[in-house]
Design a protein around this ligand. Sequence first.
Ligand code: ATP
Length: 545
Amino acid sequence: MPDASAPGSPDVTKSMDQIVALCRRRGFVFQSSEIYGGINGFWDYGPLGTELKRNLKNAWWQDVVQRELIGPMGEPVDIVGVDCTIIMNPKVWEASGHVGGFADLMSTCRHCKKLMRTDHVWDMLTETEWFKALAELYADGAAVDSMQLKRWADTKGKKLAPNLALVRNPQVTLSWLVERMAGQPVAMPLREFLMHLASEQVAARGLTLPCPHCGGELTEPKPFNLMFKTLVGAVEDPANVAYLRPETAQGIFVNFQNVVDSTRVKVPFGIAQVGKAFRNEVTPRNFTFRSREFEQMEIEFFIHPGEADAWYRWWRDWRFSWWQSIGLTSSNLTLREHDRDELAHYAKEGAGTSDIEYRFPFTAPGFGELEGVAHRADFDLRAHATHSGKNDKARYFDQVRNERYFPHVIEPSAGADRGTLALICEAYTPDASRPSGVFMKFHPRMAPVKAGIFPLVNKDGMPEVGERLYRQLRKKHVVEFDEKQSIGKRYARMDEAGTPFCITIDTDTLSAQTVTIRHRDTQQQERMAIDAVPAWLDRQIGTED
Ligand code: ATP
């Protein structure tokens, strides 16, 4: 077992329960409508979480749209922003394929009737207590003890997975298992072992995974549309049905021509958007990771088809290093290139698709997607040209090449909520030596509160000096002034909030105009002239002029 109390070590397994508890206690994230029992898949951000998420979105916007970025051929990367509506003409979603095809395969449990995404079943199973107990019985693979399994079925199994075939009909299930294993030199994989325990009718229906909730048999996978429907106007008529957008990207595609006509951008260029997206996820879970309402930060970067490889690689690598630059520096961040058979049909011939993934405590030792970077070819622009009837008139005219074409697209599509969650998980650092027992090691640019300003005692003119400094720093940064409680308690509060610096006003401030700065991560203190603090803080956060 790794030592979860080691401060700062990147790859220790952190407790998700403790992280969720801290998020609620300190006001990072709350359940939506909590006083009414919450609503599954929806989350609110409290004061600290709101600042954190805003810092993430602002950093993205600054670095993607506002600051100078140099592309793969040494030229400045041109990107402009849009802010589109959540409800759009439903034809958008027919053209994009979402009405017909934005469907995940779903399975229902024949016993408890719960619905779940077929591709999530295995992950959900591995999180259950009863599966973990079975996996332990199968620890060494080769030797399966039927008696032990039967005993498990009669005790733990009856309680936790009452509808598992092994529990309902151990005789039949075990006989299939024994038959399969007879004379096999190599142990079967754990997954197949479980499938045997879950399938009574192996000969008739084949092997299936069981329901994670009760162990029951799952139905054949069927498609389920993930878009939320609503009605536009007063009349409840199917003709008035509209959808809450399931991604921000389509707002960009349908405005491509407007942006070209109204600005001076020329291919290659990008359009960026940050905004809400909605998906009626069947099994929202893992805190904010899979929510039904979430925010995306998307770029559609339009290029000449001949330059797809260079731009794809450049975007993939730059996006990966961007996440590192805001604090995801540990080996918990990884880049995964998709295999060809994972790719969407239009992407098969393309430059590639990759995911930037983070090892969240609930995915460990595996990873979960933070951002996808995909070469989408000309699929979207072409689809909208066809569905809108503009056809070849919608082709872009490239003056430099004297050529008409549908630009190809490289799409880096990131989640602001998953990004915020990754920052929280990365920052969470248990440290038994501190009064708070934990500190949040945010990158100073991301930290919700940049500095705490504390008069050592609430007299002798110290609060007045502190307040003056507080007012000055507040012009640019979120800072807190706190004159109550012991200094130790104030440090502990700031450690849990992830505030990188605490500035104390003491007797030396009054005589020598210096303050003490305490660094969150090392707990080291340094003295500095009070006048030097504003410029010094700017440098730490990266906002110096
Ligand atoms: P997944 O496979 O996890 O469902 P996806 O591949 O469907 O994700 P995209 O459609 O590529 O996701 O969306 C881009 C980004 O939007 C994702 O990388 C993720 O950060 C975010 N995102 C997608 N679905 C959700 C969700 N239900 N909750 C929170 N963020 C999400």
